[in-house]
Ligand binder design. Structure first.
Ligand code: AHR
Length: 494
C-alpha cells in the first residue's frame, strides 16, 4: 500500500490560472485549417474561427494564449496583420513546409479569438529583426486610449476604438537560437534596451525576458549578471523545456514509455536550478518563471495530416501522462511559476486538438487540462508520498493537491505501465468527508489515442469513491479526486 499525506494547511501558494496557459503560433496547421477556417467557410465558425474548437476550448477555462510565435514572431512585422490588403509573406517556417503566410489572422483577429474563449492574450515581440521603436509602436497601437495617438486612431479606423487588453508582452523568443542566435550577455543588453523603450507605454503591461533552452544554466547566470545591474523593467523570466521523444509517438515500447516520462520529470530539476540562480541574484520578485513552451516533441508525421502540417503529432495516453506529471510539478512550485503555455494548441506538438476540414477532435492531453482546471486559483498544499517504488529510474506516483471553497482537489498520476496503485490518503491537519468524486482518465492500452474515425477512444469517466478507504489508481491512469475538506484552518485558503 502506498500512502499520500496531505499536509493541510501547509500552503505552497495560490495556483495562478495562467499556469494552465496555451500557445498558438503561425506554423503548419495551427491557424490555417486549425483555429482559423475563414469567415466564408462552410465549416461552422465565429468570425472565421472554428466554432467547435472555440466551444470546447472554452470548457477548459483557458486563462491565457501566447501569440504569434515562437520562432515566427522573430520575423513578424505586426503591421502586416492590420487593416485591409494584407501582404502575403514567407514566414519563419516556409522553408520547412513551403507554406506562405496570408496574414488573415493579425492583432484584431487574435484579440477577438481570445475574447471568444475568455483568455488573456500574451504577445511575443520581434527583437531580432525589428527595432525597439516598432515594439513600442505595436504597444501604442494596441494599448493607447481611444483618440489619444495616431496609432490609436488607426486602430479605431480598423474597427476597435477601445484599447485591447494585452497584459503580457514577451521581449523576443528563443534569442539563443532562432531569435538572433545571441550570447546571453548580448541578449541581456538587448533586453535592457527594448524593455527601457517598452516600459512606459502602458503601466499595466508586463514584460517578460527570454530565458534559457531547458538546462542551459549558463544563459540564466550570464543574463542575470548583466540584467541585475540595470533598471528592472521585467515582470517575468521565460524558459522553454521540450522533453523530446522516445520511440515512435504511437507504437512506443514499454521501455520507451518510461524513458519519455523520465525526460518529462526533468522539468522539476531544471526549473528549480534556474530559480535558484535567479534567487542568487536577488531577482526573484522580477524573475518569476514563465514556462512559455513545454511538451513532447515527437518526430513529424504521426498526426492525421501525415506530415503536411509541420510538427503535427498524434497524442496518446503517454502524452496525457506527461501532461499530468508536468502540471503536478507546476502546482507544487506555484510559488515560483506565474505562467506556463503548453506547445501548442492544435495540429502541432503536444496538442489538445486535431482538426481537418469538418473534423475537430480532442486529444487525451485536452482531457487532462479539463480535469485539472479545478486547481486554477486554488491554494496548492504540500503532499508527501510514502511507499512509492521506482521503475526504470522514475517514481511511479506523481501527485499534487489544492484547496478552494471548502473542497480539496487531489491529482494523482500512476506512471506504472504494469501495476495499479493502491493508495491510502492521510489528511494531516484536516479531515475529509468520506464520500468523494473521482474523475478517471485511463485506457487498458496505453498507446490509445483519439482519431477522426474514433474520437472517443480515450475519454474520462466519473466514479464515486470513499476516501477513508484505499483508492485504486489504475496503471497508466490519471485521477482527480474532489473531496470536502473539514477541520482545517479555513483562513489559509481561497
Ligand atoms: O513550438 C515550435 C517551436 O519550438 C517554436 O517556434 C520555437 O519557439 C521552439 O523552438
Amino acid at each position: 500500500m502506498k500512502k499520500i499525506c496531505l499536509m493541510y494547511p501547509d500552503v505552497i501558494g495560490v495556483i495562478k490560472p495562467e499556469i494552465y496557459g496555451h500557445f498558438t503560433e503561425h506554423i503548419g496547421g495551427v491557424f490555417y485549417d486549425g483555429l482559423w477556417v475563414g469567415k466564408d467557410s462552410p465549416i461552422a465558425n465565429i468570425h472565421g474561427f472554428r466554432k467547435e474548437l472555440i466551444n470546447r476550448f472554452n470548457k477548459i477555462n483557458p486563462p491565457v494564449v501566447r501569440w504569434p510565435g515562437g520562432c515566427y514572431s522573430e520575423t513578424y512585422d505586426w503591421r502586416d496583420g492590420i487593416g485591409e490588403n494584407r501582404p502575403r509573406r514567407i514566414n519563419w517556417w516556409t522553408a520547412y513546409d513551403n507554406r506562405y503566410e496570408t496574414n488573415e489572422v493579425g492583432t484584431h483577429e487574435f484579440a477577438e479569438f481570445c475574447s471568444l474563449v475568455g483568455a488573456k492574450p500574451y504577445f511575443a515581440v520581434n527583437l531580432s529583426s525589428l527595432p525597439p521603436l516598432e515594439a513600442r509602436k505595436w504597444m501604442d497601437y494596441c494599448l493607447s486610449p481611444q483618440g489619444t495617438t495616431s496609432l490609436a486612431c488607426e486602430r479605431e479606423k480598423n474597427g476597435h476604438a477601445e484599447p485591447f487588453s494585452i497584459p503580457y508582452w514577451g521581449v523576443g523568443n528563443e534569442n539563443w537560437g532562432g531569435g538572433g542566435n545571441m550570447a546571453p550577455d548580448i541578449y541581456a543588453h538587448e533586453y535592457r534596451k527594448y524593455s527601457e523603450l517598452m516600459s512606459n507605454v502602458a503601466s499595466e503591461a508586463k514584460l517578460f525576458a527570454c530565458g534559457p533552452n531547458g538546462d542551459d544554466y549558463n544563459w540564466t547566470q550570464k543574463f542575470m549578471e548583466v540584467f541585475s545591474a540595470s533598471e528592472k523593467h521585467m515582470a517575468g523570466y521565460s524558459m522553454h523545456y521540450y522533453c523530446g521523444s522516445a520511440g515512435d509517438p504511437v507504437r512506443f515500447t514499454r521501455k520507451e514509455w518510461y524513458e519519455m516520462l523520465r525526460r518529462s520529470a526533468r522539468i522539476e530539476e531544471i526549473l528549480l536550478r534556474h530559480w535558484h540562480i535567479i534567487q542568487g541574484y536577488g531577482m526573484e520578485q522580477y524573475g518569476r518563471l514563465v514556462i512559455d513552451e513545454w511538451g513532447c516533441w515527437h518526430p513529424n508525421g504521426s498526426g492525421p495530416s501525415k506530415g503536411r502540417n509541420l510538427f503535427e503529432q498524434q497524442s496518446t495516453m503517454r502524452d496525457a501522462m506527461v501532461t499530468a506529471q508536468t502540471l503536478n510539478v507546476f502546482n507544487n512550485h506555484c510559488d515560483k511559476i506565474q505562467m506556463a503555455n503548453v506547445a501548442q494548441l492544435v495540429n502541432n506538438l503536444h496538442c489538445l486538438f486535431l482538426t481537418s476540414g469538418d473534423h475537430c477532435i480532442v486529444t487525451p492531453t485536452y482531457h487532462v487540462f479539463d480535469m485539472y482546471q479545478v486547481h486554477q486559483n486554488a491554494a496548492a498544499v504540500r503532499t508527501l508520498t510514502y511507499g512509492d517504488q521506482q521503475i526504470e529510474g522514475i517514481n511511479t506516483l506523481s501527485v499534487s493537491a489544492s484547496v478552494k471553497e471548502g473542497f480539496t482537489f487531489i491529482s494523482i498520476a500512476n506512471l506504472s505501465a504494469e501495476d495499479d496503485a493502491v493508495v491510502e490518503l492521510e489528511p494531516v491537519g484536516g479531515s475529509l468527508d468520506a464520500d468523494a468524486e473521482m474523475d478517471v482518465l485511463v485506457h487498458e492500452d496505453y498507446h490509445a489515442h483519439n482519431t477522426f474515425e474514433n474520437p472517443k477512444v480515450v475519454t474520462p469517466f466519473k466514479q464515486a469513491v470513499n476516501v477513508h478507504q484505499a483508492i485504486i489508481v489504475p496503471r497508466a491512469g490519471i485521477v482527480m479526486i474532489k473531496a470536502k475538506l473539514t477541520k482545517s484552518n479555513d483562513s489559509m485558503y481561497p
